[in-house]
Ligand binder design. Structure first.
Ligand code: NDP
Length: 451
Protein backbone atom coordinates (compact mmCIF):
# COMPACT_ATOMS: atom_id res chain seq x y z
CA UNK A 1 0.00 0.00 0.00
CA UNK A 2 1.27 3.51 -0.85
CA UNK A 3 2.60 5.38 2.15
CA UNK A 4 0.97 8.65 1.07
CA UNK A 5 -2.24 9.66 -0.74
CA UNK A 6 -0.14 11.53 -3.32
CA UNK A 7 3.44 11.90 -4.50
CA UNK A 8 2.94 15.64 -4.76
CA UNK A 9 0.43 18.21 -3.59
CA UNK A 10 0.77 21.61 -5.24
CA UNK A 11 -0.86 24.54 -3.46
CA UNK A 12 -1.80 27.29 -5.91
CA UNK A 13 -2.94 26.78 -9.50
CA UNK A 14 -1.22 29.74 -11.10
CA UNK A 15 1.27 29.53 -13.93
CA UNK A 16 4.09 28.03 -11.83
CA UNK A 17 1.96 25.54 -9.90
CA UNK A 18 0.11 24.30 -12.97
CA UNK A 19 3.37 23.79 -14.89
CA UNK A 20 4.98 21.87 -12.00
CA UNK A 21 1.90 19.66 -11.49
CA UNK A 22 1.48 18.84 -15.19
CA UNK A 23 5.12 17.99 -15.77
CA UNK A 24 5.38 15.94 -12.56
CA UNK A 25 2.24 14.00 -13.57
CA UNK A 26 3.67 13.43 -17.06
CA UNK A 27 6.58 11.63 -15.38
CA UNK A 28 4.12 9.32 -13.63
CA UNK A 29 3.72 11.07 -10.27
CA UNK A 30 0.30 11.11 -8.59
CA UNK A 31 -0.44 14.79 -8.18
CA UNK A 32 -3.18 16.95 -6.70
CA UNK A 33 -3.38 20.71 -7.10
CA UNK A 34 -5.35 22.86 -4.67
CA UNK A 35 -6.69 26.33 -5.50
CA UNK A 36 -9.01 28.56 -3.49
CA UNK A 37 -9.70 31.03 -6.30
CA UNK A 38 -9.93 30.79 -10.07
CA UNK A 39 -7.62 28.53 -12.04
CA UNK A 40 -4.79 30.45 -13.68
CA UNK A 41 -3.56 32.58 -10.80
CA UNK A 42 -2.29 36.13 -10.92
CA UNK A 43 -1.00 36.07 -14.48
CA UNK A 44 -4.07 34.71 -16.22
CA UNK A 45 -6.88 35.99 -14.00
CA UNK A 46 -5.75 39.35 -12.55
CA UNK A 47 -2.32 40.18 -13.92
CA UNK A 48 -0.30 39.90 -17.11
CA UNK A 49 -3.01 38.68 -19.46
CA UNK A 50 -5.99 40.93 -18.62
CA UNK A 51 -3.60 43.86 -18.16
CA UNK A 52 -2.05 43.33 -21.60
CA UNK A 53 -5.52 43.13 -23.16
CA UNK A 54 -6.32 46.52 -21.62
CA UNK A 55 -2.96 47.86 -22.81
CA UNK A 56 -3.88 46.80 -26.36
CA UNK A 57 -7.33 48.33 -25.91
CA UNK A 58 -5.83 51.63 -24.77
CA UNK A 59 -3.10 51.74 -27.41
CA UNK A 60 -5.65 52.29 -30.21
CA UNK A 61 -6.23 55.79 -28.83
CA UNK A 62 -2.62 56.69 -29.67
CA UNK A 63 -2.80 54.84 -32.97
CA UNK A 64 -5.87 56.82 -33.93
CA UNK A 65 -4.21 60.13 -33.20
CA UNK A 66 -1.03 59.04 -35.03
CA UNK A 67 -3.14 57.96 -37.99
CA UNK A 68 -4.25 61.54 -38.70
CA UNK A 69 -0.72 62.47 -39.76
CA UNK A 70 -0.97 59.69 -42.34
CA UNK A 71 -4.08 61.14 -43.89
CA UNK A 72 -6.77 59.43 -41.86
CA UNK A 73 -9.66 61.46 -40.62
CA UNK A 74 -11.38 59.72 -37.78
CA UNK A 75 -14.55 61.45 -36.70
CA UNK A 76 -16.55 60.54 -33.65
CA UNK A 77 -13.92 58.25 -32.14
CA UNK A 78 -15.39 56.74 -29.01
CA UNK A 79 -14.43 54.06 -26.59
CA UNK A 80 -16.74 51.85 -24.57
CA UNK A 81 -15.07 50.74 -21.36
CA UNK A 82 -17.81 48.21 -20.60
CA UNK A 83 -17.31 46.45 -23.96
CA UNK A 84 -13.56 46.20 -23.38
CA UNK A 85 -14.02 44.74 -19.90
CA UNK A 86 -16.65 42.25 -21.15
CA UNK A 87 -14.43 41.10 -24.02
CA UNK A 88 -11.48 40.81 -21.66
CA UNK A 89 -13.59 38.74 -19.24
CA UNK A 90 -14.65 36.37 -22.02
CA UNK A 91 -11.04 35.82 -23.00
CA UNK A 92 -9.96 35.18 -19.40
CA UNK A 93 -12.84 32.70 -19.05
CA UNK A 94 -11.62 30.93 -22.20
CA UNK A 95 -8.06 30.74 -20.90
CA UNK A 96 -9.23 29.45 -17.53
CA UNK A 97 -10.99 26.63 -19.39
CA UNK A 98 -7.76 25.80 -21.21
CA UNK A 99 -5.89 25.63 -17.90
CA UNK A 100 -8.57 23.28 -16.57
CA UNK A 101 -8.22 21.03 -19.62
CA UNK A 102 -4.45 21.02 -19.35
CA UNK A 103 -4.63 19.83 -15.77
CA UNK A 104 -7.29 17.21 -16.47
CA UNK A 105 -5.49 15.87 -19.53
CA UNK A 106 -2.30 15.55 -17.53
CA UNK A 107 -4.12 13.42 -14.95
CA UNK A 108 -3.70 15.95 -12.14
CA UNK A 109 -6.50 15.97 -9.56
CA UNK A 110 -7.95 19.47 -9.06
CA UNK A 111 -9.22 20.33 -5.59
CA UNK A 112 -11.07 23.61 -5.04
CA UNK A 113 -10.48 24.81 -1.50
CA UNK A 114 -8.32 26.56 1.03
CA UNK A 115 -5.19 24.58 1.91
CA UNK A 116 -3.33 24.63 5.20
CA UNK A 117 -0.11 22.73 5.70
CA UNK A 118 -0.45 20.79 8.94
CA UNK A 119 2.77 18.79 8.80
CA UNK A 120 5.79 18.08 6.59
CA UNK A 121 3.68 15.59 4.63
CA UNK A 122 0.14 16.74 5.40
CA UNK A 123 -2.26 19.22 3.90
CA UNK A 124 -5.69 20.05 5.27
CA UNK A 125 -8.31 21.03 2.71
CA UNK A 126 -12.10 21.13 2.97
CA UNK A 127 -11.88 19.50 6.41
CA UNK A 128 -9.90 16.53 5.10
CA UNK A 129 -6.25 15.75 5.78
CA UNK A 130 -4.31 14.52 2.74
CA UNK A 131 -0.89 12.95 2.95
CA UNK A 132 1.82 13.49 0.38
CA UNK A 133 5.50 12.78 -0.14
CA UNK A 134 6.21 16.39 -1.17
CA UNK A 135 4.38 19.71 -0.99
CA UNK A 136 4.98 22.51 -3.50
CA UNK A 137 3.84 25.98 -2.46
CA UNK A 138 3.04 28.17 -5.47
CA UNK A 139 0.55 30.64 -4.01
CA UNK A 140 1.99 33.84 -5.49
CA UNK A 141 1.57 37.30 -4.05
CA UNK A 142 -1.05 39.84 -3.02
CA UNK A 143 -1.07 43.64 -3.33
CA UNK A 144 0.68 45.58 -0.59
CA UNK A 145 -1.40 48.40 0.91
CA UNK A 146 0.54 50.95 2.94
CA UNK A 147 -0.61 51.95 6.40
CA UNK A 148 -1.88 55.45 5.56
CA UNK A 149 -5.01 57.09 6.99
CA UNK A 150 -7.99 56.33 4.75
CA UNK A 151 -6.02 54.34 2.19
CA UNK A 152 -7.07 50.74 2.80
CA UNK A 153 -10.80 51.55 2.83
CA UNK A 154 -10.73 53.83 -0.21
CA UNK A 155 -8.07 52.51 -2.57
CA UNK A 156 -8.45 49.82 -5.18
CA UNK A 157 -5.60 47.55 -6.25
CA UNK A 158 -4.72 46.17 -9.66
CA UNK A 159 -7.25 43.36 -8.97
CA UNK A 160 -10.18 45.77 -8.98
CA UNK A 161 -8.71 48.12 -11.60
CA UNK A 162 -9.19 45.37 -14.16
CA UNK A 163 -12.91 45.16 -13.43
CA UNK A 164 -14.15 48.70 -12.79
CA UNK A 165 -17.75 49.35 -13.81
CA UNK A 166 -16.77 52.59 -15.46
CA UNK A 167 -13.70 54.46 -16.55
CA UNK A 168 -12.79 56.94 -13.81
CA UNK A 169 -12.83 60.59 -14.77
CA UNK A 170 -9.81 61.17 -12.52
CA UNK A 171 -7.56 58.52 -11.06
CA UNK A 172 -4.57 58.81 -8.75
CA UNK A 173 -2.06 55.99 -8.92
CA UNK A 174 0.21 55.50 -5.94
CA UNK A 175 3.65 54.04 -6.74
CA UNK A 176 6.11 54.23 -9.59
CA UNK A 177 6.71 50.57 -10.40
CA UNK A 178 5.56 48.14 -13.08
CA UNK A 179 1.88 48.13 -12.14
CA UNK A 180 1.65 51.89 -11.59
CA UNK A 181 3.13 52.73 -14.99
CA UNK A 182 1.13 50.13 -16.88
CA UNK A 183 -2.21 51.24 -15.43
CA UNK A 184 -1.30 54.91 -15.82
CA UNK A 185 -0.82 54.22 -19.53
CA UNK A 186 -4.15 52.40 -19.81
CA UNK A 187 -6.27 54.99 -17.98
CA UNK A 188 -4.61 58.05 -19.54
CA UNK A 189 -4.99 56.70 -23.08
CA UNK A 190 -8.65 55.92 -22.52
CA UNK A 191 -9.32 59.44 -21.30
CA UNK A 192 -9.01 59.50 -17.49
CA UNK A 193 -7.16 62.40 -15.88
CA UNK A 194 -4.30 60.33 -14.54
CA UNK A 195 -1.95 61.28 -11.71
CA UNK A 196 1.10 59.22 -10.77
CA UNK A 197 2.36 59.81 -7.23
CA UNK A 198 5.75 58.29 -6.37
CA UNK A 199 8.37 58.94 -3.77
CA UNK A 200 11.57 59.16 -5.82
CA UNK A 201 12.92 61.51 -8.51
CA UNK A 202 11.98 59.13 -11.30
CA UNK A 203 9.71 56.09 -11.62
CA UNK A 204 10.98 52.49 -11.78
CA UNK A 205 13.69 52.36 -9.16
CA UNK A 206 16.10 49.56 -10.04
CA UNK A 207 15.87 50.21 -13.79
CA UNK A 208 18.71 51.94 -15.62
CA UNK A 209 18.83 55.62 -14.60
CA UNK A 210 18.83 56.89 -18.20
CA UNK A 211 15.75 54.76 -18.90
CA UNK A 212 14.02 56.20 -15.82
CA UNK A 213 14.79 59.74 -16.84
CA UNK A 214 13.69 59.07 -20.41
CA UNK A 215 10.33 57.54 -19.47
CA UNK A 216 9.67 60.44 -17.09
CA UNK A 217 9.96 62.76 -20.10
CA UNK A 218 7.62 60.60 -22.20
CA UNK A 219 4.78 60.04 -19.73
CA UNK A 220 3.49 63.65 -19.49
CA UNK A 221 3.28 63.75 -23.29
CA UNK A 222 0.95 60.75 -23.03
CA UNK A 223 -1.27 62.73 -20.67
CA UNK A 224 0.01 61.44 -17.33
CA UNK A 225 0.57 64.00 -14.57
CA UNK A 226 3.68 63.12 -12.60
CA UNK A 227 4.08 63.88 -8.90
CA UNK A 228 7.68 62.87 -8.18
CA UNK A 229 9.24 63.01 -4.70
CA UNK A 230 5.70 62.82 -3.31
CA UNK A 231 3.90 60.57 -0.87
CA UNK A 232 0.24 60.27 0.01
CA UNK A 233 -0.36 61.17 3.64
CA UNK A 234 -4.15 60.91 3.97
CA UNK A 235 -7.23 59.97 1.97
CA UNK A 236 -10.75 61.20 2.65
CA UNK A 237 -13.99 60.21 0.97
CA UNK A 238 -17.08 62.41 0.61
CA UNK A 239 -20.03 61.46 -1.55
CA UNK A 240 -18.07 59.20 -3.88
CA UNK A 241 -15.22 61.67 -4.32
CA UNK A 242 -11.80 61.11 -2.87
CA UNK A 243 -9.57 63.85 -1.54
CA UNK A 244 -5.95 62.75 -1.60
CA UNK A 245 -3.44 64.67 0.47
CA UNK A 246 0.26 64.66 -0.47
CA UNK A 247 3.19 65.42 1.80
CA UNK A 248 4.08 68.48 -0.30
CA UNK A 249 0.73 70.03 0.67
CA UNK A 250 -0.83 69.31 -2.74
CA UNK A 251 -4.38 67.99 -2.72
CA UNK A 252 -5.85 65.96 -5.57
CA UNK A 253 -9.57 65.27 -5.99
CA UNK A 254 -10.27 61.98 -7.75
CA UNK A 255 -12.88 59.28 -8.37
CA UNK A 256 -10.46 56.41 -7.90
CA UNK A 257 -7.19 55.76 -6.11
CA UNK A 258 -5.11 52.80 -7.21
CA UNK A 259 -2.54 51.50 -4.74
CA UNK A 260 0.38 49.99 -6.68
CA UNK A 261 3.09 49.83 -4.08
CA UNK A 262 4.44 46.33 -4.56
CA UNK A 263 3.18 42.87 -3.74
CA UNK A 264 3.65 40.64 -0.70
CA UNK A 265 4.02 36.84 -0.58
CA UNK A 266 0.57 35.31 -0.13
CA UNK A 267 1.43 33.18 2.89
CA UNK A 268 -1.37 34.09 5.33
CA UNK A 269 -3.19 31.05 6.79
CA UNK A 270 -0.92 28.54 5.05
CA UNK A 271 0.32 27.28 8.42
CA UNK A 272 3.98 28.00 7.65
CA UNK A 273 4.86 29.40 11.07
CA UNK A 274 3.17 26.54 12.90
CA UNK A 275 5.19 23.89 11.11
CA UNK A 276 8.42 25.92 11.00
CA UNK A 277 8.89 26.83 7.33
CA UNK A 278 11.44 29.65 7.37
CA UNK A 279 10.33 32.98 5.94
CA UNK A 280 12.22 36.23 5.39
CA UNK A 281 11.52 39.81 6.49
CA UNK A 282 8.92 40.39 3.79
CA UNK A 283 7.19 37.07 4.54
CA UNK A 284 8.82 35.40 1.55
CA UNK A 285 9.55 31.69 1.79
CA UNK A 286 13.28 31.14 1.98
CA UNK A 287 14.36 28.49 -0.54
CA UNK A 288 17.47 26.77 -1.83
CA UNK A 289 18.35 26.78 -5.54
CA UNK A 290 16.02 23.82 -6.16
CA UNK A 291 13.12 25.39 -4.29
CA UNK A 292 13.55 23.40 -1.08
CA UNK A 293 12.42 25.19 2.08
CA UNK A 294 13.75 24.70 5.61
CA UNK A 295 11.55 21.58 5.75
CA UNK A 296 13.01 19.01 3.30
CA UNK A 297 9.67 17.72 1.97
CA UNK A 298 8.28 21.22 1.33
CA UNK A 299 9.24 23.32 -1.70
CA UNK A 300 8.23 26.73 -3.03
CA UNK A 301 8.37 28.49 -6.39
CA UNK A 302 7.32 31.79 -7.92
CA UNK A 303 6.30 35.10 -6.34
CA UNK A 304 5.89 33.59 -2.88
CA UNK A 305 9.68 33.19 -2.74
CA UNK A 306 10.21 36.85 -3.71
CA UNK A 307 13.16 36.05 -5.99
CA UNK A 308 12.05 37.47 -9.34
CA UNK A 309 8.29 38.01 -9.48
CA UNK A 310 7.67 37.23 -13.13
CA UNK A 311 5.43 34.56 -14.66
CA UNK A 312 8.06 32.95 -16.91
CA UNK A 313 10.38 32.67 -13.90
CA UNK A 314 7.70 30.86 -11.88
CA UNK A 315 7.03 28.57 -14.84
CA UNK A 316 10.75 27.87 -15.23
CA UNK A 317 11.09 27.11 -11.52
CA UNK A 318 8.04 24.83 -11.59
CA UNK A 319 9.32 22.93 -14.61
CA UNK A 320 12.79 22.55 -13.09
CA UNK A 321 11.24 21.27 -9.84
CA UNK A 322 9.29 18.58 -11.72
CA UNK A 323 12.33 17.61 -13.82
CA UNK A 324 14.50 17.34 -10.72
CA UNK A 325 12.23 15.31 -8.49
CA UNK A 326 10.04 13.31 -10.88
CA UNK A 327 11.84 13.26 -14.22
CA UNK A 328 15.29 12.17 -13.13
CA UNK A 329 16.68 15.18 -14.99
CA UNK A 330 18.82 17.26 -12.66
CA UNK A 331 18.08 20.85 -13.63
CA UNK A 332 19.04 24.21 -12.19
CA UNK A 333 16.99 27.09 -13.45
CA UNK A 334 19.17 30.07 -14.24
CA UNK A 335 17.89 33.39 -12.91
CA UNK A 336 20.55 35.33 -14.76
CA UNK A 337 19.82 37.18 -16.90
CA UNK A 338 16.03 37.48 -17.02
CA UNK A 339 14.59 39.94 -19.53
CA UNK A 340 11.47 41.89 -18.65
CA UNK A 341 9.22 44.61 -19.99
CA UNK A 342 6.97 47.26 -18.55
CA UNK A 343 3.94 47.67 -20.79
CA UNK A 344 3.69 51.38 -20.20
CA UNK A 345 3.01 53.73 -23.08
CA UNK A 346 5.66 53.89 -24.49
CA UNK A 347 6.87 50.52 -23.22
CA UNK A 348 10.22 49.74 -21.60
CA UNK A 349 12.29 46.58 -21.81
CA UNK A 350 15.61 45.41 -20.48
CA UNK A 351 17.90 42.45 -19.96
CA UNK A 352 21.07 42.15 -17.93
CA UNK A 353 22.84 44.81 -15.91
CA UNK A 354 22.04 48.48 -15.70
CA UNK A 355 24.91 50.93 -16.02
CA UNK A 356 24.68 51.56 -12.26
CA UNK A 357 24.79 47.84 -11.38
CA UNK A 358 27.84 47.31 -13.59
CA UNK A 359 29.67 50.19 -11.91
CA UNK A 360 28.68 48.94 -8.44
CA UNK A 361 30.25 45.59 -9.37
CA UNK A 362 33.46 47.41 -10.39
CA UNK A 363 33.10 46.32 -14.01
CA UNK A 364 34.87 48.57 -16.50
CA UNK A 365 32.23 49.38 -19.06
CA UNK A 366 31.57 51.24 -22.25
CA UNK A 367 28.11 52.66 -22.89
CA UNK A 368 26.56 52.80 -26.34
CA UNK A 369 23.32 54.72 -26.55
CA UNK A 370 20.93 56.17 -29.05
CA UNK A 371 18.05 58.60 -28.84
CA UNK A 372 16.09 58.76 -32.04
CA UNK A 373 12.75 59.54 -33.58
CA UNK A 374 11.06 56.35 -34.71
CA UNK A 375 10.07 56.76 -38.37
CA UNK A 376 6.38 56.52 -37.52
CA UNK A 377 6.72 59.59 -35.31
CA UNK A 378 7.89 61.80 -38.16
CA UNK A 379 4.68 62.39 -40.04
CA UNK A 380 2.40 61.26 -37.24
CA UNK A 381 3.57 64.38 -35.45
CA UNK A 382 4.12 62.52 -32.17
CA UNK A 383 6.92 64.19 -30.30
CA UNK A 384 8.44 61.21 -28.52
CA UNK A 385 11.95 59.84 -28.84
CA UNK A 386 12.95 56.23 -28.38
CA UNK A 387 15.98 55.39 -26.25
CA UNK A 388 18.41 52.46 -26.44
CA UNK A 389 21.45 51.56 -24.41
CA UNK A 390 24.02 48.78 -24.48
CA UNK A 391 26.29 48.19 -21.49
CA UNK A 392 29.50 46.51 -22.65
CA UNK A 393 32.26 45.02 -20.49
CA UNK A 394 35.46 46.63 -21.73
CA UNK A 395 37.77 43.72 -20.90
CA UNK A 396 35.78 41.01 -22.69
CA UNK A 397 33.75 43.12 -25.16
CA UNK A 398 30.67 41.22 -23.89
CA UNK A 399 27.30 42.94 -23.95
CA UNK A 400 26.14 42.65 -20.33
CA UNK A 401 23.06 44.85 -20.46
CA UNK A 402 20.53 46.11 -23.00
CA UNK A 403 17.77 48.65 -22.35
CA UNK A 404 15.12 50.25 -24.49
CA UNK A 405 12.19 52.65 -24.26
CA UNK A 406 10.02 52.81 -27.35
CA UNK A 407 7.41 51.07 -29.47
CA UNK A 408 7.80 47.29 -29.79
CA UNK A 409 10.71 47.20 -27.34
CA UNK A 410 9.35 44.13 -25.52
CA UNK A 411 9.26 42.20 -28.79
CA UNK A 412 12.75 43.40 -29.71
CA UNK A 413 14.33 42.59 -26.35
CA UNK A 414 13.51 38.87 -26.44
CA UNK A 415 15.98 38.32 -29.27
CA UNK A 416 18.61 40.50 -27.62
CA UNK A 417 18.16 38.41 -24.45
CA UNK A 418 19.11 35.26 -26.37
CA UNK A 419 22.26 36.95 -27.67
CA UNK A 420 23.23 38.12 -24.18
CA UNK A 421 22.48 34.70 -22.67
CA UNK A 422 24.83 33.20 -25.26
CA UNK A 423 27.58 35.65 -24.30
CA UNK A 424 27.43 37.82 -27.41
CA UNK A 425 30.14 40.45 -27.78
CA UNK A 426 29.68 43.99 -29.00
CA UNK A 427 31.64 42.90 -32.09
CA UNK A 428 28.90 40.28 -32.75
CA UNK A 429 26.26 43.01 -32.57
CA UNK A 430 28.41 45.14 -34.94
CA UNK A 431 28.79 42.24 -37.39
CA UNK A 432 25.02 41.73 -37.51
CA UNK A 433 23.32 43.36 -40.47
CA UNK A 434 20.33 45.45 -39.47
CA UNK A 435 16.78 45.07 -40.74
CA UNK A 436 15.94 48.35 -42.40
CA UNK A 437 14.04 50.49 -41.72
CA UNK A 438 13.31 49.47 -38.13
CA UNK A 439 13.99 50.77 -34.66
CA UNK A 440 15.57 47.42 -33.77
CA UNK A 441 18.45 47.99 -36.21
CA UNK A 442 19.78 50.72 -33.90
CA UNK A 443 20.94 47.91 -31.58
CA UNK A 444 23.45 46.80 -34.25
CA UNK A 445 24.51 50.21 -35.53
CA UNK A 446 25.69 52.00 -32.38
CA UNK A 447 29.42 52.43 -33.06
CA UNK A 448 30.75 55.20 -30.84
CA UNK A 449 30.86 54.73 -27.08
CA UNK A 450 29.56 57.52 -24.91
CA UNK A 451 32.41 59.79 -23.83
P1 NDP B 1 7.12 47.40 -7.91
O1 NDP B 1 8.04 46.84 -6.91
O2 NDP B 1 7.46 47.36 -9.34
O3 NDP B 1 6.84 48.93 -7.54
C1 NDP B 1 6.40 49.28 -6.25
C2 NDP B 1 6.28 50.79 -6.18
O4 NDP B 1 5.75 51.12 -4.91
C3 NDP B 1 7.63 51.48 -6.28
O5 NDP B 1 7.50 52.67 -7.00
C4 NDP B 1 7.96 51.76 -4.82
O6 NDP B 1 8.76 52.89 -4.62
C5 NDP B 1 6.59 52.04 -4.25
N1 NDP B 1 6.57 51.84 -2.83
C6 NDP B 1 6.80 50.71 -2.14
N2 NDP B 1 6.73 50.95 -0.80
C7 NDP B 1 6.45 52.27 -0.67
C8 NDP B 1 6.26 53.11 0.45
N3 NDP B 1 6.35 52.66 1.69
N4 NDP B 1 5.98 54.42 0.22
C9 NDP B 1 5.89 54.90 -1.04
N5 NDP B 1 6.06 54.15 -2.14
C10 NDP B 1 6.34 52.84 -1.96
O7 NDP B 1 5.74 46.71 -7.61
P2 NDP B 1 4.38 46.61 -8.43
O8 NDP B 1 3.32 46.58 -7.41
O9 NDP B 1 4.32 47.62 -9.51
O10 NDP B 1 4.51 45.18 -9.12
C11 NDP B 1 4.84 44.05 -8.31
C12 NDP B 1 5.72 43.11 -9.08
O11 NDP B 1 4.95 42.41 -10.03
C13 NDP B 1 6.81 43.79 -9.92
O12 NDP B 1 7.96 44.06 -9.16
C14 NDP B 1 7.06 42.79 -10.99
O13 NDP B 1 7.97 41.83 -10.53
C15 NDP B 1 5.70 42.14 -11.18
N6 NDP B 1 5.02 42.72 -12.36
C16 NDP B 1 5.56 42.51 -13.59
C17 NDP B 1 4.96 43.04 -14.70
C18 NDP B 1 5.57 42.81 -16.05
O14 NDP B 1 6.41 41.93 -16.18
N7 NDP B 1 5.21 43.61 -17.06
C19 NDP B 1 3.73 43.82 -14.62
C20 NDP B 1 3.26 43.99 -13.28
C21 NDP B 1 3.89 43.46 -12.20
P3 NDP B 1 10.36 52.74 -4.51
O15 NDP B 1 10.81 52.24 -5.83
O16 NDP B 1 10.80 54.10 -4.17
O17 NDP B 1 10.60 51.72 -3.44
Amino acid sequence: MAKYNYDLIVIGAGSGGVRASRVAASYGASVAIIEKDRLGGTCVIRGCVPKKLLVYGASFAHEASDAEGFGWRIDGLQHNWGSLIAAKNDEIHRLEGIYRELIENAGVEFIAGNATITGPNEVLVNGKTLSTQRILIAVGGVPNILDIEGLAENAITSNEALDLNQLPETIVIQGGGYIALEFAGIFAALGSNTHLVYRSDFPLRGFDDDVREHIAKCLPKRGIMLHSNSSITKVQKKSNRLTIFLDNKKIIEANQLLAATGRNPNTANLGLKEIGVKTGDAGQIVVAEDGQTSIPSIFAIGDVTNRISLTPVAIGEGHAFADNFYGNKPTVMSHDPVASAVFSQPPISCVGLTEEQALQNNINIQIFESRFNAMKNTISGRSEQSYMKLVVEQKTDKVIGAHMVGPDCAEIMQGIAIAIKMGAKKSDFDATIGIHPTSAEEFVTMRTPRA
